[in-house]
Design a protein around this ligand. Structure first.
Ligand code: 5AD
Length: 348
């Protein structure tokens, strides 16, 4: 057995490696070690989730953002971004449509739009919960105060997604403007967990300046923070951002990391992300076959979908759209998986 294979078995058996070992596991990868890792990841996933794939209806509530993250197409200073904000009624209508299609989780994702006050959001969350008491409400609205997170939880929000983006402070500062801090991002994640949310963190693969040592830190962070969900996808450049000329991240490395994450924490909810599907025709299917167990089709109104362009060519129709759930179902069945119409909470 070579060193990489030894580390793969060690990870499966102990769910933990040192930073140095994670780095070796990443740097020393080969097509053979990737196949072994994916096979072991699938076994662990199946023990907990069988062949079920969970779906979430993603509602992109606003592309208005006060932040200016260097990688992101909806960054505040992008003058070419055509801005929109859904109304409460628009969002409730998306939920109604999603419910009829079989979704039992709604994810409200958006830029950090100052008009989403606690009063607005708590009212909206209460209405969604009243209309659909059997559904989970997930928020992905960026950094807020602890008090705000507490109020949204109190109103009925179940889960919160906030990618940490990178677990390396210096790297964080290269991806974000000076008014955003790594420490505040970590504070948010800790607050969310303490308040009782099911929490999702995550990072981009192949973001500018990223090294294998930094990815090792991301893995160690997931190992120690123990989120309920972790969203990862390749970085994809957007033409109206400072990172326009940086190369996209690799599908191959993203798949490898998905398998590692499955072995770090077998119950983890792991989405096969839109970015993965954008870079490769069967990217999401490959993600599922490497250990992912969640997909998040787009439930936003068709009229705004093309405006939520985080990166160039972001998929928004076909199997990506919630209305094409049948086509997604067929794609999943072609790889032996079933889409399940449940809330899809983590099984601990
Ligand atoms: N490429 C890939 N992912 C991106 N995101 C933002 N911009 C890009 C990009 N250019 C991801 C970030 C963010 C999530 C909503 O989308 O990780 O947290």
């Amino acid at each position: 057995m070579n060193r990489t294979e030894e580390l793969i078995y060690k990870l499966r058996d102990t769910h933990s490696l040192s930073l140095e070992e994670y780095k070796t596991l990443i740097t020393g990868r080969t097509p053979e070690s990737a196949s072994l890792l994916a096979a072991l990841a699938l076994v662990e996933k199946q023990k907990i989730y069988g062949n079920d794939v969970y779906v979430r209806g993603l509602i992109e509530v606003s592309n208005i953002c006060r932040n200016d993250c260097l990688y992101c197409g909806i960054r505040g200073s992008n003058k070419n971004c055509d801005r929109y904000r859904l109304t409460g009624e628009d969002i409730l209508e998306c939920c109604r449509e999603g419910y009829a299609l079989g979704f039992r989780t709604f994810v409200m994702q958006g830029g950090e739009d100052g008009s989403f006050s606690d009063a607005f959001l708590t009212g909206l969350i209460r209405k969604i919960k009243e209309n659909h008491p059997d559904c989970a409400v997930t928020l992905s609205l960026g950094e807020r105060s602890r008090e705000s997170y507490a109020a949204l939880k109190e109103a009925g929000a179940d889960r919160y997604l906030l990618r940490h983006e990178t677990a390396d402070k210096e790297h964080y500062e290269k991806l974000h403007p000076a008014n955003l801090s790594f420490d505040n991002r970590m504070r948010c994640l800790r607050d969310l967990k303490e308040l009782g949310y099911q929490v999702g963190c995550g990072f981009m693969v192949g973001s500018p300046y990223q090294t294998d040592a930094m990815l090792a830190k991301d893995l160690k962070f997931v190992e120690t923070f123990r989120p309920d969900m972790c969203g990862i996808g390749p970085f994809i450049p957007h033409k109206d951002t400072p990172f326009r000329d940086h190369p996209a991240g690799s599908v191959e490395l993203t798949l490898y990391l998905l398998s590692i994450l499955r072995l770090i924490h077998p119950p983890l909810l792991l989405p096969a992300t839109t970015a993965l599907g954008t870079l490769e025709e069967n990217g999401r299917e490959k993600g599922i076959l490497c250990g992912a167990n969640v997909v998040m089709p787009n439930l936003s109104p068709a009229s705004v979908r093309k405006k939520y362009m985080l990166y160039d060519n972001k998929l928004s129709d076909g199997a990506e759209s919630a209305q094409s759930l049948d086509s997604l179902r067929k794609r999943m069945e072609s790889i032996g998986c079933t889409i399940s119409a449940v809330r899809g909470d983590i099984i601990k």
